[in-house]
Design a protein around this ligand. Structure first.
Ligand code: PMP
Length: 463
């Protein structure tokens, strides 16, 4: 028994959790029978649980902890801000220094068309803001019939009504009779799973042109915007073929619809550029952000608003009837500013592009040699492994989908590595401060986890 386990008695915490806590995206009955693991502390790329076991945090929390855990500097900045002005709102002709400083910093870091931000507390709220802002924009432009927003199947934009609706997760839509009216979904650029006989490039063009077909079907005068993640995260780290984004960009420009690029995961260095839009050369009109903005130290998100959109709101009189109690929360802004200061000082984005990114990618893609792995892919520091029953045959998947991924995820935890399973893809998105030794360990533990998974499947006659 360690000191930590005495301070945090695992069974007792699990029982109290089961009695009173409903977890996100969880089968509560099943979890209550098993009991959650209790994470009690974290440092750098490492987590410690209530039994003293250490895990390499291959997911940077929930894709968010860019600068690693346990940065005293961020805690100190928040403490100072809390002592000076713990909270005030930004409604009613009011602002405060941390909101001003963060807005200015974001204008500096984001692509040149962005000079303004609308603050929220999360990525979901950012996408709710997008939903209302897009429609308000077209109203102000005198084209109120331009209402439909096009998203993609298996895209993820959050869990609120608008976020769930814009996203294309069918399981989420089924709960709560969503999407709301005025949202249309098109195919995702998921070549490995859905590319059939097409080459990657052909499939990328086909998937992009689904947007054009949808615009023709709905009517250009009725379509307001297209929303997408540069690389789909929660959908399974789906890296689009190279042909995809240039074609989507062309279509959005030619057809006069707004392009909304959801940077909640890809933003803040994940791809080795400040934003996914920089990586793919995109020119979005709106850009939801969250997660890496504060490395998750405190909840904060926002929507970057391009001059094209902002000018319409600024030039025309009248309120935008939208906002949150915590829009621009001073302590959250202070956390974000301290986080961005670390990212710039330690050149973490450059590090992902030139150093730890290529280092981990080389080792990660080597896992494609494993008999369970159909594809190993990674950009920057976000990657996936496709687990398959028949290597070399993309048409065959495990049935029922998700069981093998869950098995592999649980074995990964046993091996001291946090990986996430999306269906039967294994996902990693580690902190940007990952060291070379930690990258070696991450790949070693992944390889062992694949071997363990393979052994269980063989034993059970599933391979
Ligand atoms: N957009 C994307 C691309 C996301 O990945 C997420 C969260 N994983 C969200 C939006 C929602 O963010 P939040 O959970 O902060 O509401």
């Amino acid at each position: 028994m360690t000191g930590a386990s005495n301070r945090y008695p695992t069974r007792d915490l699990q029982a109290r959790d089961a009695a009173h806590h409903i977890h996100p995206f969880t089968d509560t009955g099943a979890l209550n029978r098993e009991g959650p693991r209790i994470i009690t502390s974290a440092d750098g790329a490492w987590l410690t649980d209530s039994d003293g076991k250490r895990y390499l945090d291959g997911m940077a929390g929930l894709w968010c902890c860019q600068v690693g855990h346990g940065r005293q500097e961020i805690a100190d900045a928040v403490h100072r801000q809390m002592c000076e002005l713990e909270y005030y709102n930004t409604f009613f002709k009011t602002s405060h220094p941390p909101a001003v400083a963060l807005a200015e910093k974001l204008a500096e870091l984001t692509p040149p068309q962005f000079n303004r931000v609308f603050f929220t507390s999360s990525g979901s709220e950012a996408n709710d803001t997008v939903f209302r802002m897009v429609r308000a924009y077209w109203d102000k432009m005198g084209q109120p019939e331009k209402k439909t927003i096009i998203g993609r199947w298996n895209g993820y934009h959050g869990s609120t009504l608008a976020g769930t609706s814009l996203g294309g997760m069918k399981g989420m839509h089924e709960q709560g009779d969503l999407p709301v009216p005025g949202v249309h979904h098109i195919a995702q650029p998921y070549w490995f799973g859905e590319g059939g006989d097409m080459s990657e490039e052909e499939f990328g063009l086909w998937a992009a042109r689904e947007l054009e077909r949808a615009i023709d079907e709905i009517g250009e005068d009725k379509v307001a915007a297209f929303i997408a993640e540069p690389i789909q995260g929660a959908g399974g780290v789906i890296i689009p073929p190279q042909s995809y984004w240039p074609e989507v960009s062309r279509i959005c420009k030619e057809r006069g619809i707004l392009l909304v690029v959801d940077e909640v995961i890809c933003g803040f260095g994940r791809l080795g550029t400040w934003f996914g839009s920089d990586y793919y050369g995109l020119e979005p009109d709106l850009m939801p952000i969250a997660k890496g903005l504060s490395s998750g130290y405190l909840p904060i998100g926002g929507v970057m608003v391009s001059d094209r959109v902002a000018s319409v709101f600024i030039d025309q009189a009248g309120d935008f009837h939208h906002g949150f109690t915590y829009s621009g929360h001073p302590a959250c802004c202070a956390a974000a500013l301290a986080n961005l200061e670390i990212m710039q000082r330690e050149k973490l984005v450059e590090r992902v592009a030139d150093d730890i990114g290529p280092y981990l990618q080389a080792k990660w893609t080597g896992l494609a040699d494993h008999p369970l792995v159909g594809e190993a892919r990674m950009v920057g520091l976000v990657g996936a492994l496709e687990l398959v029953p028949a290597k070399g045959d993309r048409s065959r998947a495990f049935e029922p989908a998700g069981d093998v991924g869950t098995l592999c995820r649980d074995l990964s935890f046993d091996n001291g590595l946090v990986m996430r399973a999306v269906r039967d893809s294994m996902i990693i998105s580690p902190p940007l401060v990952l060291t070379h030794e930690e990258a070696d360990l991450l790949v070693e533990r992944t390889a062992k986890t694949l071997d363990d998974t393979y052994a269980v499947l063989k034993r059970d006659g599933r391979l």
